[in-house]
Design a protein around this ligand. Sequence first.
Ligand SMILES: Cc1ncc(COP(=O)(O)O)c(C=O)c1O
Length: 467
Amino acid sequence: MKLLSKKVMCNSHGQDSSYFLGWQEYEKNPYDETRNPKGIIQMGLAENQLSFDLLESWLAQNPDAAGFKRNGESIFRELALFQDYHGLPAFKNALAQFMAEIRGNKVSFDSNKLVLTAGATSANETLMFCLADHGDAFLLPTPYYPGFDRDLKWRTGAEIVPIECTSSNGFRITESALEEAYQEAKRRNLRVKGVLVTNPSNPLGTTLSNQEIQLLLTFISTKNIHLISDEIYSGAVFNSPSFVSVMEILIENNYMNSEVWDRVHIVYSLSKDLGLPGFRIGAIYSNDELVVAAATKMSSFGLISSQTQYLLSAMLSDKKFTKMYIYENQKRLKKRHEMLVQGLQNAGISCLDSNAGLFCWVDMRHLLRSNTFDAEIELWKKIVYNVGLNISPGSSCHCTEPGWFRACFANMSEDTLNLAIQRLKAFVDSTNNNIQNHHQSSLSSKKKSFSKWVFRLSFNDGRQRER
Ligand SMILES: Cc1ncc(COP(=O)(O)O)c(C=O)c1O
């Protein structure tokens, strides 16, 4: 018997889901063009590697930023000692302005309402600690990012109740689905403290419509609860409709003087839009002073290092660079997205119409042996082990319909993506051939047994006639 905490022994972190298992399988046999050309291609990781060259050339032109220097003078000692959990003011200003720029400067952000965290992971958990007690619930539209089980539930003891969205309306959030989730929480004796959405959605790659955001605001207003809008992919919107932040709708609809204003919280991070998940740069933006104060104190448990803040404050303050970067990055994402959608279409596979993110939500329902989650996992295993692609099954995102998969397109080279598409097409073709062969062989065995049967009949007939 191990003398460890219940937290360690419980598995509410969800890390044993196929989403994370797929990563482990990839690690055992990773694809490499020369060293392991038959290995597994990682399509289960929402990383953005498409614009590293832009970041690298900025670094080359601005050596002071990464070299701990200001006007050529070393500030190593200053950065080594800086430990204020309020963050570097220059960085917070630059981040607030970058967030506004991504939203077309239709809204502005006050850096005093910004709390820095080690990535969106830490931001989401910190918000849970601020808004929910052990056993309180947040409602989340399905399918949702598998990491939320860990981030929202594991250490905080909060619960997630799904808002069930389906393909019948393109997985849009409806009033009845919201109400149903709320009632389900009540049936489970859970106190609902809020709704959490990702806009744009991971894994759908779609942006919320104005109507959906308004519906959410009305819902949280009548139920007297919070709304967290995780806008980590807000800079990765590459097609119309353009991104609308909850902040825009709040201002447009004059929510500033209502209680709702204080109950809406935005989560952001540079992990996706700048492709820097290793740097751990996240933030909470809240209009509630108490939340900002408490979250700032809690941020001691997951701060952004001062040299990272220093580097990024220089990069994000370079307006010419950020403008060019946002535009160019979106153009590259759009091209990749088109490549994958087109390639899958050639293989007879369609995707949910999407305009954002680093992935497609792929419909493989027609390849399932039966309409069950067992069949989904069976297909997933074939795709991982036989085809050599790690994609994420919809069930790991708590999708309620079997047969959907998330496939990422921005964490690899164009050649690797082409190979992944070829592998999948070959698999689908062979599956179709097998089905056809099976069909034909069952037809021909039917024919054979029919002719045998006719032969037997006629033979019998003959015998009978002989008799
Ligand atoms: C919706 C969403 N929120 C949060 C995160 C975590 O991001 P970070 O690397 O900034 O912790 C992810 C990462 O995939 C995500 O997709």
